[in-house]
Design a protein around this ligand. Structure first.
Ligand SMILES: Nc1ncnc2c1ncn2[C@@H]1O[C@H](COP(=O)(O)OP(=O)(O)OP(=O)(O)O)[C@@H](O)[C@H]1O
Length: 279
């Protein structure tokens, strides 16, 4: 199968004041791949996710998704003098994304700390995610949805719950679900927006080895069922090594290694970065 690029992060730097949180990140993800982004605490992983999903506009660099530049920036204004990263002058245009625009282009994410409407049912949680993603404006989304569209969304929501083994929980209040199922529901909400790329931020956090093993199978299954590509941040090495096609390693904002799991496991720089870190 020939590799077809889906996401390309080029020279992405994110600087907060004088702090370079992400330093010239270059990352590629091909269609169908599961890619891991790992590194010790504070390495810049979440910042990379925030830059890809439009929470932050990079200070410098470019992001291409499915052949389209979705974010591009260069140090200007006050940052022109402050900029401490690389490749100043390489980029000259400013394409400023917002999270909702990025979602509509086909990138969805989950968060380190599960974010659900805790007091609503499983069904309502997924249906709301669908409502938020319709192409029309908020007014139309709230008042003008015709019955046919609403019915279709409800059917698609049920279909999603079936595929994700949440059907029997559809009327349960989200906060009453076991932890592992809440993670499934969070992923179901992300999938409600029909993404091509799914970003998972520490999906196995707080899970025991058995739960994380189940999650591994679940993630592999949804990749196939939904024709997805996946980028995941994770500290659970068993999960990362067991599921990722390739892995990128950050340390102090800088990429220190990339490769297939066996290469990463034996990379001296990676071992050194993790020395003394009890993960
Ligand atoms: N909004 C911000 N303002 C200033 N500094 C920030 C901001 N966001 C992140 N940083 C800094 O950038 C660095 C990278 O943080 P980031 O959260 O991306 O790391 P991480 O690899 O996701 O860590 P963890 O594994 O602990 O979640 C840290 O030094 C952090 O303090």
């Amino acid at each position: 199968m020939s590799k077809q690029n889906l996401l390309r992060v080029s020279d992405a730097t994110m600087q907060f004041g004088g702090v370079v949180a992400l330093n010239n990140l270059n990352l590629e993800l091909n269609k169908g791949e599961i890619i891991g982004l790992i590194g010790p605490n504070g390495a810049g992983k979440t910042t990379a996710f925030n830059v890809i999903t439009g929470v932050y506009s990079p200070t410098n660099g470019e992001i291409t998704f499915d052949g389209e530049v979705i974010a591009s920036n260069f140090p200007h204004g006050k940052m022109k003098a402050l900029y401490a990263g690389q490749n100043a002058g390489k980029y000259t245009k400013s394409v400023v994304p917002t999270p909702d625009k990025i979602t509509k282009k086909g990138i969805a994410r989950t968060f380190q700390n599960i974010r659900l409407f805790k007091d609503l049912t499983v069904f309502e949680n997924v249906l709301i995610a669908k409502h938020l993603n319709i192409k029309s404006n908020v007014f139309a989304a709230t008042f003008m949805l015709n019955r046919k569209e609403e019915q279709q969304m409800r059917e698609e929501t049920m279909e999603l719950l079936k595929i994700l083994d949440l059907e029997t929980h559809k009327d349960d209040i989200a906060s009453s679900l076991p932890y592992g199922k809440q993670r499934h529901l969070e992923i179901a909400r992300a999938l409600a927006t029909k993404p091509k790329l799914l970003l998972l931020d520490e999906p196995a956090a707080g899970m025991n080895p058995q739960e994380s093993d189940e999650l591994k199978n679940f993630v592999a299954r949804i990749r196939d069922d939904f024709n997805l590509s996946i980028l995941t941040i994770e500290h659970h090495m068993q999960f990362v090594m067991g599921i990722c096609d390739r892995i990128y390693v950050l340390d102090y904002g800088t990429l220190i290694a990339e490769g297939i799991p066996s290469e990463i496991q034996n990379n001296p720089k990676v071992i050194e970065a993790y020395l003394g870190v009890d993960e």
